[in-house]
Design a protein around this ligand. Sequence first.
Ligand code: SF4
Ligand code: SF4
Length: 374
Amino acid sequence: MSDYPGKETFKLGFGYMRLPHLADGSNDIKQIYEMVDLFMEAGGTYFDTAYVYDGGRSEEALKASLIDRYPRSSYTVCTKMNAWLGKPSEQQTKRQLEISLKRTGLTYFDYYLLHALQPGNWKLYDEYGLWDYVAEQKQKGILKNIGFSYHADPELLDKLLTRHPEVDFIQLQINYADWDNPGVEARANYEVAMKHNVPITVMEPVKGGALANPINEVKAIFDSANENASYASWAIRYAASLDKVITVLSGMSSIDQMKDNLSYMRDFKALSGKEREVIKRAQLALAKDKSIPCTGCRYCVADCPSNIPIPDIIALRNAYAFDIDLSDAKKEYERITSGKGKASQCVFCHKCAHTCPQHLGVPKIMRECSIAFE
Ligand code: SF4
Ligand code: SF4
């Protein structure tokens, strides 16, 4: 493997996007403490959050669970500046850095990303002068490494990396299911990053949790190869085996997930040739999966004028897609949409479709779900 900044980083990063919550919706901070302790004890160092995650509670949880409890030299923190979610002005977007520093109590960030660039929003980062802004903050020592996270095609990625050779790293969605998926183009994006010699952090290695519980055909392939390995382990080790990976982010939501991830990442070993063959068979079998590949990021929810719980409805659709009797699904649908918008209240404004990093045709999906569940 080649040399690159971040090469020595522990290959599992702790993503603060899907933290465990209590029944009242607040962070389950006791469980998060324990997860952090297990992670740090195993040698983990990289923590990933964002200004917009959970309305700011993710950065606050990071302060309480890590920053107030561990010496600054024992970890690195990545957070992100978002120019499009909730339509902030230029000033409001720039202020996000100051607010992130305040929320976390840090004086600098080790890694900093312009958040979730894609065709509908990347020009805003130019218009607001954010590339220069983060470069200036790096000059001042407030940011140590700058980059962007990305959810679009390899052509735009090539253009951005050509225009911005100053970036130190980028964050890409990579998992074995999306490697050749034309909607994500993980392989092609990875190859563009390598062409520009830019190290990467990996997001969605388990595809929003879907690869921790894949379709039965895929489970059977993995079980016959190694019945002791979790399905998530195949996915995370796949991403971590790529060259120039700083770390693979796992948005862990429980102590059990943390323990499982650490069991194979503590002494990480890249996939063997034989294991790569197993993954190839799983990739072929996945072609039969008809689930809608929503990762549950919830970016679409904020701007929906009808307040429709889009990812919850899609998860329901995936769970019940092949059931003939939908009576249980309909009860669950009533529960998740109670006090919120129903799929039939979609006004086809397409705001969600422009926001969705997975490029899902949400309005059409809502129409299908309204027919199935209402
Ligand atoms: S298209 Fe429908 S689901 Fe999407 S944001 Fe508009 S109203 Fe909400
Ligand atoms: S529909 Fe798209 S934006 Fe909404 S939660 Fe799913 S992946 Fe995220």
